[in-house]
Design a protein around this ligand. Structure first.
Ligand code: ADP
Length: 200
């Protein structure tokens, strides 16, 4: 099963999903690829898979990305092969992608469950962006402006959670994953196995 988590920058989606995959068996997070150089203490393969712009463009041309986008001049993408590899291995995968990326995946009719994370309020979002101290004032303003446009996209998702208290929010997201795994359509093969044991 593929889960897509979107939220305006600074809402806490990365923090949430990192915790979610730690507390949920058989759930993996797919790391995005990017052409931008690592910032601060970012680590290759942990925060992103960092590649050169030329390499990224080569991969995009070869159709290796499920979706990719140019964000303020830097390229970001989700590797289709990596996601497939996890899914084939029987794990569920979470993609942390923005509203535009989620739309691109939806347009390809890739089956998935969408979760939109909202901050408790605009004011709290602003505090979190400042608290993270990753961006300069210009970047924070730009992110807040984008957030104003992005929040109304929550209607496009299957689930909405509000990231008020971190632990509670992780619990809600885990609840969604577990409930999705128990849906009739997904449980039918396993239920059939159990029913098989009832035959004389
Ligand atoms: P995103 O991935 O959505 O851009 P981050 O995961 O980087 O957001 O989180 C933004 C900031 O908010 C980080 O400093 C993070 O520690 C903080 N944060 C995340 N969730 C919460 C929460 N529930 N309460 C308080 N702070 C939070």
């Amino acid at each position: 099963m593929l889960f897509i988590v979107s939220a305006p920058s600074g809402t806490g989606k990365t923090t949430l999903v990192e915790r979610l995959v730690k507390v949920t068996d058989h759930l993996r997070m797919s790391r995005s690829y990017t052409s931008r150089p690592p910032r601060g203490d970012e680590v290759h393969g942990v925060d992103y898979n960092f590649v050169s712009r030329a390499r990224f463009e080569q991969m995009a041309a070869a159709g290796e990305f499920l979706e990719w986008a140019d964000v303020f001049g830097n390229l970001y993408g989700t590797h289709a092969g990596e996601t497939d590899k996890y899914l084939q291995g029987g794990d569920d995968v979470v993609l942390v992608i923005d509203v535009q990326g989620a739309r691109k995946v939806r347009a390809q009719n890739v089956p998935h469950v969408g979760i939109f994370v909202l901050p408790p309020s605009f004011q709290v979002l602003e505090q979190r962006l400042r608290g993270r101290s990753k961006d300069n004032e210009d970047a924070i303003r730009r992110r807040l402006q984008v957030a104003r446009e992005e929040v109304s996209a929550f209607e496009e998702y299957n689930y909405v959670v509000i990231n008020d208290a971190l632990d509670l929010c992780v619990e809600r997201m885990k609840g969604i994953v577990l409930a999705e795994r128990s849906k009739l359509a997904r449980m039918r093969p396993k239920a059939a196995q159990v029913l098989g044991t009832f035959e004389l």
